[in-house]
Design a protein around this ligand. Structure first.
Ligand code: ZN
Length: 523
């Protein structure tokens, strides 16, 4: 049996308040290279432990009556600014049973100046800023016709091009003027334009508002939001990535005309999201609980469109037939939509409007579990996990005091699996006589992904030099490195952490240190 690897345990005390003393136990694990190798196979274990699952049980077995397939959307009307900062709001939004929450008039109760995101202000601020354009066919929100117009279907392709904020603003304004004239002629006043079908429209999407210098007043205004909704906060996992993930831990803007569609999707790695309608028009939302994502995935497969990377618009009747409840609601200007972890959703503009959105990762067991589940599913489907969950888990464990016992257990399990993976890999490399070079991480160094299969590569990097004169280095995962060269010739193995230091706190720390030494001993 291998000797225990825990070489040093430091117990330190820190005064937190007048009376409270927290005990922090730091466990340094030195990975020794001289251990006997007794594991031949590859590490293929999950980072999740099924016994720790905290998913809610929804409608076990019994069919849902038709009238209950359109449940009312969980909604909150804030009476005062104080309500917005109440812990009850966070609890409600992150409740695993609430796939989506609309917070009515949030902008009003917090006195947010949404005018800063109006088309006029945006043009004045940065008219030349880049806008991605989706060209789409305008259709009623609950319909999606095939190109022949003969039947409803799931795929909804749109072509992509680019423009600027100023040019899109012109298009948005002239589209509005045009419809006013049409309506004046028919002597009817409509705020929306949903009657027209088949018109070609342009949707201005993924406009990057990350630059703090360029968008200072806009970004500052969003600091008025409650902490858990902000772009950045301590308990937000995305604030512990250590680098920018555009549109996830930064703000994105959407500029719309009626009919602009955001096709069905779950957020990257099942993270939660915040979306504020700037107005003046409304948006219509459709949302389905995470519990049903596999059923929706099956529909996509049946229609030949990729669930994770393709564009699809669910046919509502298909969902009802499959006994899947759909939340459907209107988001008015100033309303904030909170998309809970893993919720499948799709959105269509009813009127002319702008929206701002970003992701958040509230540190709770439901969010953490779903993020890791999607991390593993992405690997199976060879889709990149935009959130490097192993890197984030280590960062979170090092920097946040985790008070929730379930979150703590899940993260601990993930880190143990991560260490086990590293141990096995290192042992195998050493046994094969492969040298491992230590190269510590620098500040703001991003997480790494395999150049071939897009899997996250943590701590042990398999590096090749693609062009020796220009010194371009490419990172691979173990599998892809071996595929290139079974003996790994020309592959340098870099290790980024000399030792994995874990910092945990309070009563939870004892169980951590015990099980850590135990599991390492059992290797
Ligand atoms: Zn790979």
């Amino acid at each position: 049996m291998n000797r225990a690897l825990v070489k040093k345990t430091i117990i330190s005390e820190r005064k937190v308040g007048e009376s409270e003393v927290s005990v922090f136990i730091i466990i340094y694990l030195f990975f020794s290279s001289d251990r006997e190798v007794n594991i031949k196979g590859k590490f293929r274990e999950s980072y999740l432990l099924p016994a720790l699952s905290i998913k809610p049980v929804l409608h076990p077995d019994s069919p849902i009556p038709r009238e209950k397939l359109n449940p009312p959307t969980p909604s909150i009307y804030l009476e005062s600014k104080r309500d917005a900062f109440s812990p009850v709001l966070l609890q409600f939004c992150t409740d695993a049973k609430n796939p989506v929450t609309v917070i009515r008039g949030l902008a009003g109760s917090l006195r947010l100046n949404l005018g800063l995101f109006s088309t006029k202000s945006l043009v004045e601020a940065n008219g030349e800023h880049a806008v991605e354009v989706r060209t789409q066919v305008q259709q009623p929100a609950d319909e999606n016709w095939n190109t022949a117009g003969s039947a409803q279907t799931w795929p909804c392709e749109s072509s992509r091009s680019h423009t600027t904020i100023a040019k899109y603003a012109q298009y948005q304004a002239s589209s509005f003027q045009e419809s006013l004239q049409v309506h004046i002629q028919t002597s009817t006043i409509f705020i929306s334009d949903q009657k027209s079908i088949g018109k070609i429209i342009k949707f201005g999407t993924n406009i990057d508002l990350s630059d703090p210098k360029r968008w200072k007043p806009q970004l500052q205004e969003l600091l008025k939001l409650p902490a858990f909704m902000r772009v950045s906060s301590t308990d937000n996992m995305l604030s512990h990535v250590g680098h920018t993930i555009l549109g996830m831990n930064t703000v994105q803007l959407y500029m719309k005309v009626p009919g602009s569609r955001t096709p069905g999707h779950q957020e990257n790695n099942n993270f939660s999201s915040v979306n504020i309608n700037i107005g003046p028009g409304d948006c219509e939302w459709f949302a389905v609980h995470e519990h049903y994502w596999e059923a929706i995935n099956d529909f996509c497969e049946k229609h030949g469109v990729d669930y994770l990377t393709g564009s699809w618009w669910p046919v509502l009747e298909d969902l009802y037939q499959a006994n899947i409840p759909v939340y459907r609601f209107i988001q008015r200007p100033g309303d904030l939509v909170w998309i809970n972890a893993g919720t499948v959703h799709w959105v269509q503009a009813v009127g002319w409007c702008n929206n701002i959105a970003w992701n958040v990762g509230p540190l709770n067991p439901y969010q953490y579990q779903l993020a890791l589940e999607r991390f593993e599913w992405n690997e199976v489907k060879k889709v990149k996990s935009i959130v490097p969950m192993i890197h984030v888990s280590w960062n979170v464990a090092r920097t946040i005091k985790i008070t929730d016992a379930n979150t703590y257990k899940m993260i601990r399990h993930c880190l143990l699996q991560s260490m086990k993976h590293i141990q096995i890999l290192r042992d195998q490399l050493t046994a094969a006589g492969k040298k491992i070079s230590y190269q510590s991480r620098v500040k703001d160094e991003p997480a790494y992904y395999c150049n071939e299969c897009d899997v996250e590569v943590f701590n042990l990097l398999f590096v090749t030099s693609e062009n020796s004169s220009r010194k371009t280095y490419v990172v691979h995962c173990e599998d892809c490195a071996r595929r290139r060269s079974p003996s790994m010739t020309g592959v340098v193995v870099l290790e980024q952490y000399r030792e994995c230091a874990l910092l945990m706190s309070d009563s939870l720390s004892l169980s951590l240190s015990l099980s850590l030494s135990l599991s390492l001993y059992l290797f």
